[in-house]
Design a protein around this ligand. Sequence first.
Ligand SMILES: Cc1ncc(COP(=O)(O)O)c(C=O)c1O
Length: 362
Amino acid sequence: MNLRIPGPTPCPEEVLAAGAKQMMNHRGPEFAQILRRVTDGLNWVFGSSTDVLSFTTSGTGGLEVAIVNTLSPGDRVLSVSIGSFGDRIKSIAKTYGADVVSYALEWGEAADPAVVGKMLDDDASIKAVLVTHNETSTGVTNPLEAIAKEVRARDRLIIVDAVSSMSSIPCPVERWDLDVVVSGSQKGWMVPPGLAFVYMGERAWKANADAKMPRFYFDAAKARDSLEKLQNPWTPAMSIYYAMDKAFELIRAEGLEGVFTRHEAIASYTRQRVKGLGLKLVPVNEQFASNTVTAVWWPDGVDGKAISKRAREEHGIVLGGGQGKLDGKIFRVGHLGWVQQHEVAEALDIVEKLLAEATASA
Ligand SMILES: Cc1ncc(COP(=O)(O)O)c(C=O)c1O
């Protein structure tokens, strides 16, 4: 099976084997060492000098952690949404009673930092900006560093969904002066789903002291206090920590720059190949095309779902589909985490063959 969805991503055998290890006391010294090593690894990849928290949940849970630990009902927030996941963090904020102002773009577009700055200038009551770094539904990476500068200059909080970018695309949280940044284990980290990682900087902790949104399981202060004792407040998904411990050995061996460069090279290959097939990328401006997932329009008149079905059933190639309003209109090729160029090449060879057959029989 060639799993080319943008998460969950395939995991190296040694990572899976590590995850299959026997259970241990989650409050004992052996697990404490694992938690320390994994947290050190997270700090390194996030570029954080304070401990990144981990929660037993998926990426969406991590986004919920970010919202409920920094905001109060009635707080005005600016949602910058360029796709399905931008809409999701906005929904979480709304669900917990935030007063949301929207900067919503056409799917395929990237956000304009200057517009974010202007919207903040126009409304001094906006307390925080919610933004997706890498919008997995459209294969677009926002110019996060520039957006962060606009937010910083106006002294608001910036809360970032880096679920499908962190560990694959540079996102140094302290260098870019971000406040809250979330990622999820099943993306670029080469481990199964089950853990979300949440960085909270100094301003975020200050906001936390006054944040009134309800929380219990996802209480970041409880997680931080437990981490000081090298524990989790609750029983964690231990197998994923075991796997993560092993995955960091692989990431360290390749080096972070090496990982970023590999993602860049494979993404660039994917885009060239897709365009070579005469297909159109979903990102309107290729400058913002993602290095972790490539989203592509099916040509008019082609039954894309039927092609994806044949790719899976006849060739073992699993492509990502379109989400929400893009359902049936696009396909997505995930190239994050444990991936090599030949795997993408194999998937696109099959797309080429099946498209040719579909067009010939039309
Ligand atoms: C950018 C982004 N945000 C959030 C999520 C949600 O993560 P999960 O499905 O792990 O809850 C995803 C998952 O695809 C994602 O790609």
